[in-house]
Design a protein around this ligand. Structure first.
Ligand code: 13P
Length: 356
């Protein structure tokens, strides 16, 4: 099995009552058990509160090759108290719920929840041992003002305030641009989604360091059978969080198998396409702190010249050990790697392909 991890989940919103959820889960489990994935797959379903007890029992009874994790759509951060109509973490724990979603766009924009409230819920959910799925995303207005990156960074910085590095294995993020969600939503293009995932991953790296690389970032917002393949192939998208297109179990299963096929085909293609220059280029990117650390790339007759966001992430010793590297050189705001002039064009082209 490849070590690649892929996440697929659905939020059932305020659809499907108890009977419908049990039937849906039962069908989905049967489908999922036909999967013989070469990847580590996590499958989750987030139904409404009133169905959770039976949903958990059904998922436990039907558990097979690919278990389904059951999540709650929201949670009050307090253990108990005078909060009429709310559901506490203790109540969810008692039902065997494993996952809690916090800050879905409909809670932020319909119920007017703030980043500070999401933060209280995130801290409480993590404290109670739930896998905590924090949803973030910009509105159309914010996108039009060209402040999407700032909005995402703000939602992360406030929403994750006080989270410790030790808690990161239980944290997931979903990027769900508000303008892409639900009926009338326009799906984000794969390029746009990947660009925002890069911003999110960069911000998580700043907040938590290297350990943040374990946090999966899922894309949600009008994911369907037409766009799921292209989305999953993006280098910074770790999974798909689906609404309408997953509410029919067979459709969801079809979407999952299509995307797994395309991931597998892409892996085969990249292995067979690999040559000595692409191997060097890939090693170089790793030792330069990863794709997201490289903000500009050029070359001259004998040098690859890169501008990096954070020069402290360069592993100079490892770079000098890469085959065909003749030396390295650093000037203000530019790092240079020296190669023979006969191969500089080949290395540069491979770097460009990998950095696309
Ligand atoms: O809200 C969503 C998942 O939480 C996505 O919903 P749609 O896929 O229906 O746009």
């Amino acid at each position: 099995m490849s070590t690649k991890k892929i996440y697929f989940g659905t939020n059932l919103k305020m659809y499907k009552g108890n009977q419908a959820v049990v039937q849906y889960l039962s069908e989905l489990s049967d489908f999922a058990n036909n999967l013989q994935p070469e990847y580590e797959i996590t499958l989750f379903v987030i139904p409404s509160y009133t169905t959770l007890k039976d949903a958990v029992s059904c998922a436990q009874e039907k558990t097979g090759r690919l278990p389904i994790k059951i999540g709650a759509q929201n949670m009050n951060p307090n253990d108990n108290g005078q909060f009429t109509g709310e559901i506490s973490p203790l109540m969810l724990n008692e039902l065997g719920v494993q996952l809690v979603m916090i800050g879905h766009s409909e809670r932020r924009h319909v119920m007017k929840e703030t980043d500070q409230e999401e933060n209280e819920k995130v801290l409480s959910a993590l404290k109670h041992g739930f896998t905590t799925l924090l949803c973030i995303g910009e509105t159309l207005e914010q996108k039009n003002y060209n402040i999407s990156d700032e909005v995402l960074r703000t939602q992360l910085k406030i929403g994750l305030q006080g989270v410790s590095v030790e808690q990161l294995p239980s944290l997931w993020i979903a990027y769900e641009p508000v303008w892409a969600i639900g009926t009338g939503g326009i799906p984000a293009t794969a390029d746009y989604a990947d660009e925002k995932h890069t911003v999110i991953k960069q911000c998580l790296l700043e907040l938590f360091g290297e350990e943040s690389k374990k946090i999966p970032v899922l894309y949600g917002g009008s994911v369907n059978l037409e766009n799921s393949n292209e989305l999953i192939l993006q280098p910074h998208i770790d999974g798909l969080f689906v609404g309408r297109s997953a509410w029919d179990a067979e459709n969801f299963y079809q979407l999952i198998i299509n995307t797994l096929d395309v991931v597998s085909a892409e892996e085969m293609r990249s292995i067979s396409d690999e040559n000595e220059f692409s191997i060097i280029a890939r090693q170089l990117i790793n030792e330069l702190g990863g794709k997201s650390n490289i903000s500009a790339l050029t070359h001259c007759a004998t040098r690859i010249r890169v501008v990096l966001d954070d020069e402290t992430k360069i592993d100079k010793i490892a770079i000098e050990k890469i085959s065909m590297v003749k030396g390295i050189f650093s000037i203000t705001k530019q790092f240079q790697i020296i190669f023979d002039k006969q191969i500089i064009d080949d290395i540069y082209s491979e770097l460009k392909i990998l950095l696309k």
